[in-house]
Design a protein around this ligand. Structure first.
Ligand SMILES: Cc1ncc(COP(=O)(O)O)c(C=O)c1O
Length: 301
């Protein structure tokens, strides 16, 4: 704490690059993936250009687009399955000039995972339109896929990974981007020095050494996620199939449901801010808390 960290987190960047199997020039560490979302919107957008967002999704894409003077255009998946509107997205990309396309995979809050072929199709269409896809894979580890086994490298993809989710260190702020060296250089040019703190660099290096723990954690989470979904279905609250560490559940009145659960000392996310006032997002708990959560939900429905 009494020394400055490396100004560009070079040691950690090199370690991420080794882990993924790409040259260090293809990687950029950031102050959480949030920092990289905002910097990428500025780096790749042009004033008044379009930011195409596949919704309902993480609200920071819209905020980052607006901050970068882009015009956000959200194409939303709809109930009941929240199937991403790929056909409409491809048509919109085709009609746009150098769009920045935001995709969250798996998506927050639906938990839906796109297959690599679909991502490739979107990236190719965006490439033809002279744009770039910002692919946010903050929750990908929970789908059982590490950053190292993310979809194939594509020159029109700028992929973001978060180190704060799987390792449960959001207070430390750490994430990284993987992309074409020229794109990485454009974003790096906008990043202040020392953006990643010394404790975050140390935690990131330590986390990379915890492969077995990470694998066990993801396996246990997937089992608990299945059990939670089954218990909720028995209570008449079927959840959307999820590849993330949360479930999206239609409870009728999200605000009231959240209030009631708070009375039991449990917090769920009211998804009204995603435009889904009937839905809550329930984080998959530790297995020892599963019964308590399900009992409380049963009393609140
Ligand atoms: C989809 C998504 N991407 C990125 C982030 C930000 O993560 P980080 O802690 O790496 O900034 C979040 C945080 O909730 C998120 O939901």
């Amino acid at each position: 704490l009494d020394r400055y960290p490396e100004s560009d987190a070079a040691t950690l960047t090199a370690a991420y690059a080794r882990e993924i199997g790409v040259p260090p020039e293809c990687v950029l560490a950031g102050n959480g993936s949030s920092e990289l979302i905002y910097l990428a919107a500025r780096a790749f957008g042009h004033a008044g250009g379009s930011a195409l967002i596949v919704g309902p999704t993480f609200g920071e894409y819209t905020r980052a687009a607006v901050a970068a003077t882009l015009v956000p255009d959200t194409l939303s998946a709809t109930e009941p399955g929240f199937e991403p509107p790929i056909g409409a997205l491809l048509a919109t990309i085709g009609a746009a000039t150098s769009p920045v396309v935001f995709i969250c995979n798996p998506n927050n809050p639906t938990g839906r995972l796109l297959d690599p072929g679909t991502i490739d199709t979107i990236a190719s269409a965006t490439n033809r339109a002279g744009g770039l896809v910002i692919l946010d894979e903050a929750y990908l580890p929970f789908a059982g896929t590490s950053a190292a086994r993310s979809h194939p490298f594509h020159s029109s993809l700028f992929t973001l990974h978060s180190s704060t989710k799987l390792h449960a260190i959001p207070g430390l702020r750490l994430g990284f981007a993987v992309g074409d060296p020229a794109d990485i250089a454009r974003v790096r040019a906008l990043q202040p020095p020392w953006s990643v703190s010394a404790p975050a660099i140390a935690a990131g290096l330590a986390a990379l050494a915890e492969r077995d723990w990470a694998r066990d954690c993801v396996e246990r989470l997937a089992a608990t996620r299945d059990d939670l979904a089954a218990r909720l279905a028995c209570l008449g609250l079927p959840a959307l199939p999820s590849s993330a560490n949360f479930l999206l559940v239609d409870v009728g009145d999200a605000a009231a449901f959240r209030r009631q659960l708070l009375g039991h000392g449990l917090a769920v996310r009211d998804c009204s801010s995603f435009g889904l006032p009937c839905f809550v997002r329930i984080a998959v708990p530790h297995r020892e808390h599963l019964a308590r959560l399900c009992d409380a939900v049963e009393r609140c429905r």
